[in-house]
Write a protein that binds this ligand. Structure first.
Ligand SMILES: [Zn+2]
Length: 357
């Protein structure tokens, strides 16, 4: 009896479609989060800031004339060459023209971009960079110092206002300079910093149009986040729709402060219902990323190429996505949502559209 069972099991394995028994829709972050070097290809951001990867990534020098990269152990100081160029120029110009001591640069992207094992949802295509609001020290910091030094929050107690002793005009000038740089799509800052910038704007210039690109978002009180537009002629790189019209100050900030203010706790009349479990975030797989990302991650990696061919890891070449229609769905949903908002004439910032952290 037992030998018959074994024979059946053996036959079942034999007749499975090639590789099916081991086909795994491996989380893309497991692949992109462990690769140490760039895909040696023509530089190209592929996909969207929160769903894509980077071909031909360039590394920001650890130390430059006016910057120092932080948290080197993360190996996230990679970007598209336009991002590296932007950071180098911003650092030098801010030092020369505004007297800012230099930039402490946080995370850009991984060598091949893509989803990360920890932290950010965006930063996937080499066009996002975090810049600390802490000025660079005069000395060249050691590896250890770059790991352990803490950034300073700009917020006062309560988190609704910037701290007058921590926040400064110099920081406002730095963010303004970044926002006015070529190719910048958006800059994310904490709503309290956005408010402080709105108030500082008239003291540091007459033009207010740069404020439109500075968007309020959660977090971002230790650093600001710069997002560049897709460089021109980059097919397959998806830019974000332009920010809502206006400077985003005054009333346009109200809903943020309403969300942030602590709510008064009312006595519950009915027994409190158990809160529904939060839906888990969908894990991006190699098959759910743009097709080009399979090439990017497998470039120069024969073992991975073999696994892909054998169907052990599901990607786009040579094994197609198991269900391409399902893969296309989330993007369509996002587009529908954006179009819907446009049609409504609602210019409010929506979490889904901004998509940062
Ligand atoms: Zn960021």
């Amino acid at each position: 009896m037992f030998s018959r069972f074994l024979a059946v099991a053996f036959l079942a394995v034999l007749f499975l479609p090639a590789g099916a028994e081991a086909r795994s829709p491996k989380a893309a972050k497991q692949l992109f989060g462990h690769v140490n070097g760039p895909a040696k290809m023509k530089p190209r951001p592929i996909g969207f800031y929160t769903k894509g990867c980077l071909a031909g990534g360039k590394q920001l020098a650890k130390t430059g004339p006016a910057w120092q990269a932080m948290r080197l152990s993360r190996n996230r100081n990679w970007g598209h060459p336009v991002l590296i160029d932007f950071l180098e120029k911003l650092a030098v110009n801010a030092k020369e023209k505004d007297g800012w001591p230099g930039l402490l640069v946080g995370d850009l992207s991984q060598p091949r971009g893509g989803p990360m094992l920890t932290g950010h949802r965006s930063h996937q295509i080499g066009l996002d960079a975090d810049i600390w609001l802490t000025p660079m020290p005069k000395n060249v910091q050691s590896y250890r110092q770059r790991e352990s030094r803490s950034a300073i929050s700009m917020l006062a107690k309560g988190g609704l206002e910037v701290h007058p002793k921590k926040w400064s005009m110099a920081r406002a000038k730095l963010i303004k300079r970044a926002a006015e740089s070529r190719g910048v799509a958006r800059i994310f800052v904490h709503p309290a910093i956005k408010k402080a910038l709105c108030e500082a704007s008239d003291k540091i210039g007459t033009d207010r149009s740069w404020l439109r690109r500075v968007r309020p978002w959660w977090g971002h009180h230790y650093h600001f986040h710069v997002r560049l537009n897709c460089p021109s002629g980059m097919a397959g790189c998806k830019s974000q729709p332009a920010p809502p019209v206006g400077d985003g100050c005054a009333k346009q900030l109200d809903h943020w402060f309403a969300m942030m203010r602590p709510k008064k706790i009312k006595k519950p009349v009915k027994p409190v219902k158990k809160r529904k479990k939060r839906k888990k975030r969908r894990v991006l797989t190699l098959a759910s990323l743009p097709h080009g990302c399979t090439t990017v991650i497998s470039k120069g990696n024969k073992t991975l190429q073999k696994q892909l061919r054998a169907g052990k890891i599901v990607g786009h070449i040579p094994v197609p996505a198991r269900n391409p229609r399902r893969v296309a769905k989330p993007q369509n949903m996002l587009e529908k949502l954006i179009n819907g908002l446009k049609a409504d004439g609602k210019n409010t910032v929506t979490p889904v559209v901004e998509n940062e952290n």
